[in-house]
Design a protein around this ligand. Structure first.
Ligand code: GAL
Length: 652
């Protein structure tokens, strides 16, 4: 199944407009519509005064147009009367200040009173529409963690955190031991003494912070579970999802994804390019109207893993957005292009945000498929074109990727909590490894530590401070090459340096020990020589103690890259050129076939189909490929151009 959807806000428009909108959606090829996720004040304008009639009416109308509906639970936007009835449900920021009413996401996940209110509204919503024939599924809440709301420093959070710690450590002596609280006299006499790790004069204990991060992640999953449990019982047969975000690491999305029937995520390529701190202005200029060629794909591959193979785009950028530092218009054709790329990575449905641009409130400058007055905006024609092309993809099944990349939320938290080099960020390193592989035309599977890694010929681990026993086991069962980046096995589960020194348990695979970290500013890169070429490593250099002969050395003779049979260890962060060269060498060694791609062009396989995407602001000429029957587009790709071909050797 591959289909199109759209996000719609019936409550924003006069109800005589709904049938017209639904008919227009149907004629564009849209088959799913998501509604309701911010509509609590219209479901319940005053305490206990319920009104679901309008939603029932909307579902009836959708049914007459054969459009299926995903209803969002409205818990991201508790109404004013509810907040006023228990003001301590508001989340508190790191400075202890409340996130006030007047936008969205102003609640604390741990607050029991608010959880009860969520249970109540979800029950009432399911009673009203849970078995409606047009109801396809549910979206829980909206974008957990958005606007920096994954952590709350409220009194409710403090109480729940203390219970969480008690469960984890049983007694406070063990907690003191695990955290190393003898340092700076931080010892506690009982769990009730433990505060949240904020507003301390200097860094709080990193183990305290890591546990608070784990706890906060668990609270989000628990908050979601309590709704899921009700929906499964009261609205049987309906699929449940949540719409995750880009560059969102505030909670463990793998853990959240395990509770869902499928994952979905919200993709705003131009907003990301303008706001994520990974890109130079030169890069931003080149891809101004198309987005970074790898950033969206990385998330497709990540959320496919979170959904255990099943995922959607719940919101896709339809034109300029409103929330980045600047908000350019995409090239004509990009709305179709982005959607096709998501499908090429295995998306089941791509849904656009939003149907019609809102002429009021916060998002007035955010485009929709229609202008505020109901005339079609540029995206509409692209959606119509796309829906005509979808039958080509209908029966194709996504195969296994060429390379596995291990991603870990705890790794991100650990590095963020005690960076040692402010310039070493986990998302950036993951992105650089991912890009190096994608630039060689390969398909990537992003996987968690406990994934089945057998069968991959190349596995890359950009960094992984806390190595889980199941990961070590998983690696032992593989026979492919494994490339480790630095900062591997550098911490125990309790945020301590392992007794055997880093890389901790990985020493069972490679006999080396890290005895010092040299954290360097960007202006002090360290040269390495590999073959005829000189490259650099930067930011982070580990000194190791080992009998292994390095295969690459720094200028001072220390080892930069070690190899022990099929395991390779980088002791520093390689520059992009060196990383590309390493990846290229390993791919060639593993006889994985590479596609030569012009700069700014990416490719992806979906079953027997091969896609090519031109992200450049200029046309490119691809070399023609034997055995490829061109179905859509041409080897000359304009900006925003897509070529889809069938690999006749792969056709069943
Ligand atoms: C998303 C959010 C939507 C809308 C959109 C604007 O983060 O889920 O409700 O605000 O951004 O791009």
């Amino acid at each position: 199944m591959r289909s199109l959807g759209v996000c719609y806000y019936p409550e924003h428009w006069n109800d005589n407009r709904w049938p017209v909108d639904l008919r227009q959606m149907q004629s564009l090829g849209i088959r799913y519509v998501r509604v309701g996720e911010f509509a609590w004040s219209r479901f319940e304008p005053a305490p206990g005064k319920l009104n679901f009639g309008w939603l029932q009416h909307f579902l009836d109308l959708a049914g007459s147009e054969q459009i299926k509906v995903i209803v969002g639970t409205p818990t991201a936007t508790p109404p004013k009367w509810l907040v006023d009835s228990m003001p301590d449900m508001l989340a508190l920021d790191e400075n202890g200040l409340p996130l006030q009413f007047g936008s969205r996401r102003h609640y604390c996940f741990s607050h029991e009173g608010y959880r009860n209110e969520c249970r109540r509204i979800v029950i009432q919503l399911t009673e009203a529409v849970g078995n409606h024939p047009s109801l396809f599924g549910w979206q829980i809440d909206n974008e957990f963690g958005c606007h920096g709301t994954a952590l709350s420093y409220s009194t409710a959070a403090r109480g729940r955190f203390q219970q969480w710690l008690q469960k984890r450590y049983q007694d406070v002596v063990s907690l003191n031991e695990a955290w190393g609280n003898v340092f700076w006299s931080m010892e506690y006499r009982n769990f009730a003494e433990i505060e949240l790790p904020n507003r301390t004069p200097t860094d709080p204990n990193p183990a305290h912070r890591l546990d608070f991060q784990r706890f906060s992640s668990d609270m989000i999953v628990e908050f979601m579970q309590l709704q899921i449990e009700l929906l499964r019982r009261l609205s049987p047969g309906r699929l449940i999802t949540h719409n995750f975000m880009g560059q969102s690491t505030g909670f463990d999305h793998f853990a959240a994804g395990r509770e869902l029937d499928f994952a979905s995520w919200d993709m705003y390529p131009l907003g990301f390019l303008a706001s994520v701190p990974l890109f130079s202005d030169e890069h931003r200029l080149h891809y101004l109207r198309s987005g970074d060629p790898d950033y969206g794909s990385l998330h497709h591959d990540l959320y496919r893993a979170c959904g255990r193979g099943r995922w959607w785009i719940m919101e896709q950028q339809p034109g300029p957005v409103n929330w980045a530092p600047y908000n350019p218009a995409p090239f004509p054709g990009m709305v179709r292009f982005w959607a096709l790329e998501a499908f090429a990575h295995g998306a089941e449905v791509v849904s656009f945000f939003r149907w019609r641009q809102a002429p009021f409130a916060q998002e007035q400058h955010h485009a929709g498929l229609q202008l505020p007055n109901g005339e079609p905006d540029a995206g509409s024609a692209e959606v119509a074109q796309l829906s005509g092309e979808l039958p080509i993809l209908a029966d194709e099944k996504l195969g296994r990727g060429d390379v596995a990349l291990v991603f870990d939320y705890e790794a991100c938290w650990t590095i963020e909590i005690q960076p040692q080099s402010k310039q070493f960020t986990y998302p950036e390193e993951v992105f650089r490894f991912y890009r190096a592989i994608r630039q060689r035309g390969l398909d990537v599977d992003i996987v968690p530590q406990d994934a089945d890694l057998t069968g991959y010929r190349l596995i890359v681990v950009p960094s992984l401070p806390i190595v889980r026993p199941e990961f070590l086991e998983g690696l032992r069962r593989t026979s492919g090459t494994v490339l480790f980046g630095p900062r591997l096995g550098a911490k125990t589960e309790n945020f301590q340096i392992p007794a055997k020194l880093p890389p901790g348990p990985i020493q069972e695979l490679m006999p080396l020990r890290v005895i010092r970290v040299d954290s360097l500013p960007l202006f002090a890169p360290q040269k390495v020589r590999w073959g005829e070429r000189t490259y650099t490593a930067h930011k982070w250099i580990e000194h190791v103690d080992t009998d292994l002969e390095p295969i690459v050395r720094y200028e001072d003779g220390r080892g930069a890259l070690f190899r022990c049979e099929r395991f390779l260890y980088l002791t520093g962060l390689p520059d992009d050129q060196w990383l590309n060269a390493i990846i290229e060498t390993l791919i060639t060694e593993q006889k994985i076939s590479i596609t030569d791609l012009p700069l700014g062009v990416r490719t992806r396989c979906l079953g027997s189909l091969r896609f090519f995407f031109n992200y450049n602001p200029h046309p490119v000429q691809l070399e023609s490929i034997e055995d490829l029957e061109v179905l859509v587009g041409d080897y000359k790709l304009p900006p925003a151009g897509v070529l889809i071909g069938r690999d006749t050797r792969r056709t069943p």
